[in-house]
Design a protein. Structure first.
Length: 74
C-alpha cells in the first residue's frame, strides 16, 4: 500500500475518511506499517479501518506511537 491510498471507515463505505501518508517495512516490528491521516473522532486505538488498493479494501488497525517502546535510559 502506497502513499495516497484512500482510507474508509468500513469495507462497504463510499465516503473516504483519510489517506495514507507514508509507510514501509518495520524491521523492529517484523511486519509492514503505514502512517495515515484520520479525523480524531475515528482514530481510537485498535479501531479497524480499510484502505483501497487496486479496487480491493484491505483492513488496517489504528495503533499507538511508538510502535516499539524504547529500551534505553536517559
Amino acid at each position: 500500500m502506497r502513499e495516497g491510498a484512500i482510507l474508509f471507515a468500513d469495507a462497504a463505505s463510499s465516503e473516504p475518511i483519510g489517506k495514507v501518508t507514508s509507510g514501509g517495512f518495520g524491521p523492529s516490528l517484523n511486519c509492514p506499517r503505514r502512517d495515515g491521516l484520520l479525523p480524531t473522532s475515528l482514530a481510537a486505538l485498535g479501531r479497524q479501518i480499510f484502505a483501497e488498493v487496486r479496487g480491493q479494501r484491505l483492513p488496517l488497525r489504528v495503533a499507538a506511537m511508538p510502535f516499539v517502546p524504547n529500551t534505553y535510559k536517559r
